[in-house]
Design a protein around this ligand. Structure first.
Ligand code: ZN
Length: 252
């Protein structure tokens, strides 16, 4: 059974956390017990996920969305107090990886999406400001936007919202998990025919129409279920410990 510190050190190295400028701390956010035999993973460290982890007698909760986001109220009140109280009372470590888990070339959300969509990662790009988190590919055989939408829906178990504004034949496709609708303009400027992310905002529709690019909002939660699972499974194999993924459904 690995010590918590050894496991955290290994993870931080694997995900190269030092090279990201993020909106939250990456790594151990809440310290719990010293040894880890059982990991529970989930997308967001909500109260429901914490309670499920308590029920599973987890030593460590691994998430993509943890706490202590830039600009949030620093006071330990309300639901933040309740979440921290539950973790601390049960000695559960909270390990959170945000951007490093989007970006990892094997275990990351976007690499996992590529496998689920059946697309090959041929390159990475960003919006020119932050890290290069989005992936792109060029298909050998073009598909229609409707075919691509069906493929996405099948892969994520959820119908994607499609802004039908691009060409009839789709050949160049980009994707980035979560709330990466802000990358749409960069995707269009690269000449992509379609871009897939989790969320959509009002301006996204106009950007898609004016650049002539398809946009698919596949679900923030749905598109970020796979990185933590891949990392949790990797840790279970590497350290010979248990791992369970718990999906707390979220329609957004
Ligand atoms: Zn996210």
């Amino acid at each position: 059974m690995p010590g918590r510190d050894e496991l955290v050190r290994y993870c931080n190295g694997l995900l190269d956390t030092g090279s990201f400028r993020d909106y939250c701390p990456n790594g151990l956010q809440v310290e719990g017990r010293r040894n880890v035999a059982r990991i529970v993973s989930g997308v967001t460290a909500s109260q429901a996920l914490i309670e499920a982890a308590v029920e599973q007698q987890a030593d460590l909760l691994l998430v993509h969305h943890g706490y202590f986001w830039k600009g949030e109220d620093a006071c330990i009140t309300g639901i933040k107090r309740q979440r921290l109280k539950s973790l601390l009372e049960h000695g559960i470590n909270l390990l959170a990886y945000h951007l490093p888990l989007d970006a990892h070339p094997k275990l990351g959300n976007n690499a996992c999406l590529a496998r689920r969509f059946g697309l090959e990662v041929q390159g990475w790009f960003g919006d020119g400001q932050g890290p290069e988190l989005a992936c792109e590919t060029t298909l050998d055989q073009p598909v229609t936007a409707a075919q691509l939408g069906a493929q996405i829906g099948l892969a994520l178990g959820r119908e994607a919202q499609h802004i039908d504004a691009g060409p009839v034949q789709v050949r160049r496709i980009g994707w980035c998990s979560g709330a990466a609708q802000g990358y749409l303009e960069a995707a269009a400027r690269r000449g992509l025919d379609a871009f897939i992310s989790g969320e959509i905002s009002e301006p996204t529709v106009h950007i898609a129409r004016e650049y002539g690019i398809h946009y698919f909002a596949a679900g923030h939660h749905a598109s970020e279920r796979y990185g933590v699972q891949a990392l949790g499974e990797h840790l279970a194999d590497y350290f010979g410990i248990e791992h369970f993924f718990i999906d707390i459904d979220n329609p957004v």
